[in-house]
Design a protein around this ligand. Structure first.
Ligand code: SF4
Length: 346
């Protein structure tokens, strides 16, 4: 019965090699099957055409391949694509393809829902159900890569972990997924093209630095004043800015890689001179750049995009202090695919 069979993609290559030897076959068979499962993204054992019929049947009797299914796919006027992805247990997460003139980026989810409670985020309203497995993260990337080739005639160029969930609260599985994505036995993408975005979990930022990861780090900062940040990102009470700052200094000392701060400016929340000055000061601690992101309102309208004047004030102050700043216009708003809007709405 399917329910009692194990997901074959939970096995490492070495596990598969041992399995085949135990079955009286050659260890090499494990390599072949592994290649089908990851590099070729086989959805069924039937697809494994260089494996004998008997072996395929034996695999069928013992295992399942728990692939994700793209349940619905919406395309925005600006070329953005949002996938609602159904997992093997029926839960749904979302991932997004964001095309620009020079790159196609996959924004992927790491958890079903989120346990953090950022007040401006639609995902926060979904209870955290569970962490995604490495294969479920990997499959989102494969699905978006296919869509990128289909709709934009080019492979996926970048990946950001900015979808549903806090990636550092699902650390091991996110790391395993990135290993597969970057491995020549997986998608062979460069780690330099991957960005993990966190709300700022100091202990895990240090762990990433210790683990000598090669991808980029982004932090959803949104305020460099504790009271303000706690009011919009309540976990800041547990992980205050002083701890975040120390962890980021540690990250930079070990990796020598700049940090990106994601920053939305909201009317009446973080649009004063005091907020600007605090951000400039915070940026001085570690080499960094700031991405000012256009806000996408979610239904209740408590948060409103600040005026252009307020944005200009930030940009001017950052540039004056030689801090790189980019303003990111939002994509896919018409299909609720923009930052902070992922909430399984159809
Ligand atoms: S912004 Fe990110 S960390 Fe915060 S609630 Fe939303 S998904 Fe979770």
């Amino acid at each position: 019965m399917a329910a009692s069979k194990k997901d074959i993609r939970a096995l490492t290559k070495e596990d598969l090699r041992v399995f085949f030897v135990e079955q009286g076959d050659k260890a090499f068979r494990g390599n072949q099957v592994y290649e089908w499962l990851w590099q070729k993204s086989a959805h069924t054992f039937e697809d494994m055409t260089n494996v004998s019929k008997e072996t395929r049947q034996m695999l069928e009797d013992n295992f399942v391949i728990n692939h994700i299914e793209v349940d619905t796919m919406q395309r925005s006027k600006d070329g953005t694509v949002k996938n609602a992805v159904r997992l093997h247990d029926g839960l749904v997460v979302e991932s997004v393809l964001i095309p620009t003139a020079t790159r196609t980026t996959a924004c992927v989810s790491s958890q079903v829902g989120c346990s953090l409670d950022c007040k401006f985020c639609a995902t926060a309203r979904l209870k955290r159900m569970r962490n995604l497995n490495p294969d479920e993260i990997y499959d989102q990337v494969v699905a978006i890569d296919k869509e990128s080739r289909l709709y934009h005639n080019r492979p996926l160029s970048n990946i950001v972990f900015m979808g549903m969930g806090e990636p550092l609260m699902n650390y091991n599985n996110v790391m395993k997924a990135i290993d597969k994505i970057t491995s020549s036995e997986g998608l062979g993408m460069s780690a330099k093209r991957i960005t993990v975005s966190t709300s700022g979990v100091p202990k895990m930022i240090k762990k990433m630095a210790d683990d000598d990861v090669k991808f980029n780090l982004a932090v959803s900062l949104h305020s460099a004043i504790d009271e303000v940040r706690t009011s919009i990102m309540p976990f800041n009470e547990t992980f205050p800015l002083i701890d975040l700052k120390e962890a980021l200094e540690y990250w930079y000392a070990k990796t020598k890689r700049k940090i990106s701060y994601e920053y939305v400016v909201w009317k009446g929340i973080n649009d004063t001179q005091k907020d600007v000055d605090a951000l400039v000061e915070f940026c001085k601690h570690v080499p960094s750049k700031v991405n000012i992101i256009e806000y996408n309102p979610i239904d209740d309208g408590d948060f409103k995009q600040a005026t252009n004047e307020a944005l200009e004030n930030y940009i001017h102050a950052l540039e004056k202090n030689r801090i790189v700043v980019n303003v990111r216009r939002s994509r896919g708003k018409d299909i609720d695919a923009a930052c902070g809007q992922l909430a399984n709405k159809k």
